[in-house]
Design a protein around this ligand. Structure first.
Ligand code: GLU
Length: 399
């Protein structure tokens, strides 16, 4: 047997959101004044009460293994969150606490997929979905949502994409990268298809606390008994509580699926980090004022950024309703010339912006849209202003 590597693992593309962010941080450390519109990582410190709960956990020796699928107290707090915030009733044996949102998604697809099962992924999508599905031997099936449909797929499109191999659909609302939110009516129509086709829906609600204006979050699982049975909701603490590095995510599903996920997790990570679980408990049960404060700030940045982008030449975006991204349509730029040559795609544009203008953006090729880029507004207003000035300087140089 030759010293080969796993074909499946080698086929995985590294996460470009993380690599671009790392590159921007590296340049900053070298003293280069880079503005990083990269990863969706809030610039706020984790709220103090949450940090203190973690310190307390360490001081009290809460540093050993916990139950594989998480502590009962944290599962109860997650159940209360679902009840109070989403109008959903779950028992602790339906909850699995994991090491972050990505890990929850990994658990879900490990638990439900058999080789060759198809998973419908609406485009644009967060770049990790297809890779996580493929790692669980599933086959991603992409369904494109155009700008004219607010980047949201319709129930008819989902229905048309279903085959006898379809196992699940992923819904991500508020959406990364588009910032769009599905309305109750849209979700009701999608739920009807999911029930009719008898498939699962994986509802990624990680941005549910980051919603602006009159928009309301709706959990698809709350739309009836039949859809509740088929929904696996996943979320995490990273975005709402500025806890990206702590790595705590969770799922709510049927007891049967939770049991399988718990068993898988018991062999993969033993348990989610004990200290981070105590911090997560404080995040969910402690004062929520910091969440509101952060939201207010994100909203101000959203308004500013949308306004500026709307007034720039050759680029445009829909006003995001949630999350903290602006999904910028650059197709007109692709018809222009910069320094004597045309710009090929979003990757090429991102390269020019970082190399010539010290601005890091996410090209959305890996999100299914090679004529869009994503700008995160999880950075300070001052940085946003500086970065947008530079992007404007670039658009003004196009001929
Ligand atoms: N989910 C965030 C993003 O899309 C964090 C980076 C990542 O995990 O992809 O930027």
């Amino acid at each position: 047997m030759a010293l080969t590597l796993s074909t499946k693992a080698q086929a995985v593309k590294p996460s470009s959101t993380l690599s671009i962010t790392a590159k921007a941080k590296e340049l900053k450390e070298k003293g280069i004044d880079v503005v990083g519109f990269g990863a969706g990582e809030p610039d706020f410190n984790t709220p103090e009460n949450i940090c203190e709960a973690a310190i307390e956990a360490i001081n009290q020796g809460f540093t050993k293994y916990t139950p594989a699928s998480g502590t009962l107290e944290l599962k109860k707090a997650v159940c209360d969150k679902f009840y109070n915030f989403n109008g959903l009733q779950y028992n602790p044996d339906q909850i699995v606490i994991s090491n972050g949102g990505k890990h929850s998604l990994t658990n879900i697809f490990q638990a439900i997929l058999n080789p060759g099962d198809e998973v419908i992924i609406p485009v644009p999508y967060w770049l990790s979905y297809p890779e996580i599905v493929k790692l669980a031997d599933g086959v991603p099936v992409f369904v494109r949502a155009e700008k004219e449909q607010d980047y949201k797929v319709t129930a008819e499109q989902i229905d048309a994409a279903c085959t006898s191999n379809t196992k699940a659909l992923i819904i991500n609302s508020p959406n990364n990268p588009s910032g769009m939110i599905y309305t109750r009516e849209e979700l009701e129509a999608i739920a009807e298809v999911v029930v009719k086709r008898d498939i699962y829906v994986v509802s990624d609600e990680i941005y549910e606390n980051l919603i602006y204006g009159d928009n309301k979050p709706v959990s698809i699982a709350s739309l009836g008994e039949e859809i509740y049975k088929r929904t696996i909701t996943c979320s995490g603490l990273a975005k709402s509580y500025s806890m990206t590095g702590w790595r705590i995510g969770y799922t709510a599903s049927s007891k049967e699926i939770a049991k399988v996920m718990g068993s898988v997790q018991s062999h993969q990570t033993s348990n989610p980090n004990s200290i981070a679980q105590k911090a997560a408990l404080e995040a969910l049960t402690g004062p929520q004022a910091s969440v509101k404060e952060m939201n207010k700030e994100f909203n101000a940045r959203r308004e500013y950024m949308y306004e500026r982008i709307s007034n720039m030449k050759y680029i445009s975006a829909l006003k995001p309703q949630g999350a903290f991204y602006l999904f910028v349509d650059i197709h007109e730029i692709l018809e222009k010339e910069y320094k004597g040559s045309t710009i090929k795609d979003a990757n090429h544009l991102a390269k020019i912006l970082i190399e010539d203008f010290n601005v890091a953006v996410i090209p959305c090729t890996d999100f299914g849209f090679s004529d869009h880029i994503r700008l995160s507004y999880a950075i300070s207003l001052e940085q946003i202003k500086k970065g947008l000035d530079r992007i404007e300087e670039f658009t003004n140089q196009l001929v």
